[in-house]
Design a binder for this molecule. Structure first.
Ligand SMILES: Nc1ncnc2c1ncn2[C@@H]1O[C@H](COP(=O)(O)OP(=O)(O)O)[C@@H](O)[C@H]1O
Ligand SMILES: [Mg+2]
Length: 432
């Protein structure tokens, strides 16, 4: 069969690579993909929903898999369904679980899924009154999509007031801040928990530890993710049972009872474990990035089988199998670089997640031929003169495999050391 993967980053590369190694799959296409993915998988420059539908039809693909949240909340699955095109991902109405944090929190409260004490506000005055009224530190969250940056964790009232001002008055994330959720700040162990679901059956994936802060020892600003590893020490039957019973099952069932439609695809639960209770911080309607880069390589069951089981509502018919190898992903990011214009120095950019430069040639990839090392490309493009160049904040993921975490980590670090581009920077403590 022929499969189309819709994504442009490292997660998309990991999904497409999984299909590439699937014995049922003859060809994989990625849209839009990137120049690094294109080294091994055909990429087509389709971005808008209509372009993707046209591509899926003209290429006569047998299956479409959607990576990121925005095409899902824009309704790409509904469009593909209306063309009778098999697609993995929730429909628009079900993507509200990520599209509106207020909706999901209210649903959780209604059906008894554990969430921190919260209220929803659609104006700044009432939001600020509430901050004065509650006696504990809060997290202020934009209701809508804000590329994972819309939640502001506050230590005191002053920070919380400022967060409301930024989201609701200055509108730093636009309409995503028309509403906010203000919730009690929890202290515990944060984990991400992913499941495949056909709306009835839930298949938990293995657990990954991700690293969100820019610098070693979890210092610096939040990023999209600087690395990850899997398996996680908490993963296993006990955690699966706890999260499935307390969160995943009631949420998926509660949603379908309330809205009269099933939730199908991948569901990502951001949780805070406080003693024995998994509190839902947020739900996402897709795989995480960089978690996908260390979870998917552990998949033994063909991705195409799981996809059609989800689509046909028969996920319970066959067990999904995972290997027990360790995978460790270290992200090479665009760091500090000097900027020039017309031969004159313009000073320094401090690097991702703040301002960073682009277009630096990437070298050393060709020196990596380690069977335990895989590179997933994120922010790269191709230049006629310079070859492969940087084109984003997170440039590429170097994933090492081993029988232990130490081995996997050593493979990743040994190989990332061979790669060079101006300003390259990575954390040195992933999996440590
Ligand atoms: N109630 C909370 N208590 C403590 N930390 C929180 C809480 N809610 C969110 N966070 C922290 O903020 C981060 C981002 O919040 P999240 O709800 O996942 O939204 P988003 O990923 O869209 O920004 C979480 O990964 C977590 O570290
Ligand atoms: Mg999150």
């Amino acid at each position: 069969m022929k499969v189309l993967v819709v994504d442009s980053g490292g997660r998309g590369h990991a999904i497409a690579w999984q299909f590439k190694n699937d014995p049922n799959v003859k060809e994989v296409i990625c849209a839009p993909g990137n120049a690094g993915i294109a080294l091994e998988i055909r990429c087509r420059n389709a971005k808008k929903s209509e372009e993707i539908i046209d591509l899926a039809k003209s290429e006569k693909v047998d299956l479409v898999f959607i990576g990121p949240e925005s095409p899902l909340t824009n309704g790409i699955v509904d469009l593909l369904n209306s063309e009778d095109m098999p697609v993995v991902g929730p429909v628009k109405k079900a993507s509200i679980l990520e599209g509106s944090k207020a909706y999901t929190k209210l649903l959780c409260r209604e059906i008894g899924v554990p969430v921190a004490e919260f209220e929803v506000f659609d104006g700044p005055e009432a939001a600020k009154d509430y901050i004065e009224y509650v006696k504990y530190p809060v997290v202020v969250k934009a209701d809508g999509l804000a590329q994972g940056k819309g939640s502001i964790v506050c230590t005191d009232k002053q920070e919380a007031h400022q967060a409301v001002t930024q989201l609701m008055i200055e509108k730093i994330f636009g309409d995503a801040g028309n509403k906010v959720v203000i919730e009690k700040r929890l202290y515990g162990k944060e984990i991400s928990f992913f499941v495949f679901t056909d709306g009835e059956t839930i298949v938990p994936m293995p657990v990954a530890q991700d690293y969100k802060r820019a610098y070693d020892n979890d210092e610096g600003l939040n990023t999209g993710g600087m690395g990850a590893y899997s398996p996680h020490s908490l993963e296993g039957g006990e955690l699966n049972k706890l999260v499935s019973e307390k969160v995943a099952r009631p949420l998926i069932q509660g949603f379908s009872e309330k809205e009269g439609i099933p939730y199908k695809g991948v569901l990502y639960l951001g949780l805070m474990l406080v003693e024995e209770t998994p509190y839902l911080l947020e739900a996402n309607v897709r795989l995480g990035d960089p978690e996908a880069e260390v979870i998917l390589p552990r998949l033994k069951t063909p991705m195409s089988d799981i996809s059609f089981q989800i689509i046909n509502g028969v996920l319970s018919e066959r067990e999904v199998e995972w290997n027990q190898d360790y995978y460790c992903d270290v992200v090479a990011a665009a760091g500090r670089t000097k900027q020039f214009r017309n031969g004159k120095s313009k000073g320094w950019y401090s690097g991702y997640p703040a301002r960073y430069g682009k277009g630096y040639p990437i070298s050393g990839i060709e020196d990596i031929n380690d069977p335990d090392c895989k590179i997933f490309f994120a922010g790269v493009s191709i230049s006629e003169k310079k070859g492969l160049v940087t084109d984003g904040g997170r440039v590429l993921h170097v994933v090492g495999r081993g029988r232990t975490l130490q081995e996997a980590r050593a493979v990743a670090y040994r190989n990332i050391a061979k790669i060079h581009f101006e300003g390259i920077r990575y954390r040195t403590d992933i999996g440590k």
